[in-house]
Design a protein around this ligand. Structure first.
Ligand code: NDP
Length: 240
């Protein structure tokens, strides 16, 4: 039977490409989302991939969603923590709400969902978890102390959890995308975008499919020796 993957934020942007790539690789896929019903309906219509709406920052909502998914579709064997938001502002303008929303949605969600699938993965001695970080969690970014902290936290979370899962057949890895051509990046003014592209050695923005390819690689059954790693997919913009 095909392994079941849950991709959070999986009906739009990078997440949609991840869901589709996993589906094409023979996985059963459930894509979650926060509230964009129109995008979810269009995605399901186009791909046949089912979507489920819940707030990844809310532990109880995650608990109910995981229970529903597992009752209807079977055990979640692959978890891709992709859902994320930005609430940018310099320290002077950033308030506590902007901080909490970004930490809870980007980082808290990784705990919520990993926690909820962990026991099952451990019992079955198989699991693949991929957390989507960011180049800005590696290098920092002006006006993004909340986002950079959350994404940097994802990289630490990944390395710690990988150690706990290693003997149970669960791998935990992160992907740190650079600038990817999604709605978020398309909203950036053209002159700023050109400056960003000028700093990318390969000379272009990433495609969502570039990130999806990495997720397929890390979640393959054969990738059992890769754990605790961060795969940077950024066109060479940041190397370390
Ligand atoms: P998008 O804004 O295009 O999509 C975000 C997705 O996350 C949507 O599906 C959205 O659902 C979902 N989501 C947001 N908040 C919640 C929530 N509270 N509960 C459940 N789902 C939620 O993002 P991208 O595709 O651009 O980014 C995907 C990931 O990649 C993010 O983690 C982002 O930080 C990271 N990333 C992106 C980069 C880029 O250049 N685009 C660069 C580096 C990292 P809905 O549609 O319902 O709102």
């Amino acid at each position: 039977m095909a392994r079941l993957a849950l991709v959070t934020g999986g009906q739009r942007g990078i997440g949609a490409a991840i869901s589709e790539a996993l589906h094409k690789a023979g996985r059963s896929v459930i894509a979650s989302y926060a509230g964009n019903d129109a995008a979810a309906a269009a995605f399901t219509e186009r791909t046949g991939i089912a979507c489920i709406k819940f707030d990844v920052s809310d532990y109880e909502a995650c608990k109910a969603a995981v229970a529903k998914i597992e009752a209807e579709h079977g055990a979640i064997e692959i978890l891709v923590n992709n859902a994320g938001i930005t609430r940018d502002g310099t320290m002077k303008r950033m308030d506590r709400t902007m901080w909490d929303e970004v930490i809870d949605t980007n980082l808290g969600s990784c705990f919520n969902l990993a926690k909820l699938v962990w026991e099952g993965m451990s019992a079955r001695k198989f699991g693949r978890i991929v957390n989507i970080g960011s180049i800005n969690g590696q290098a920092g970014q002006y006006g993004q102390v909340n986002y950079a902290a959350a994404k940097s936290g994802i990289h630490g979370f990944t390395k710690a959890l990988a150690q706990e899962g290693a003997r149970a057949g669960i791998t935990v890895n992160a992907i740190a995308p650079g600038y990817v051509d999604t709605e978020m990046v398309r909203a950036v003014p053209e002159d700023v975008l050109q400056k960003i592209i000028a700093r990318i050695p390969v000379g272009r923005l990433g495609h969502a499919e570039d990130i999806a390819r990495g997720v397929c690689f890390l979640t393959a059954d054969e990738a059992s020796f890769i754990t605790g790693s961060t795969l940077s997919i950024n066109g060479g913009q940041h190397m370390y």
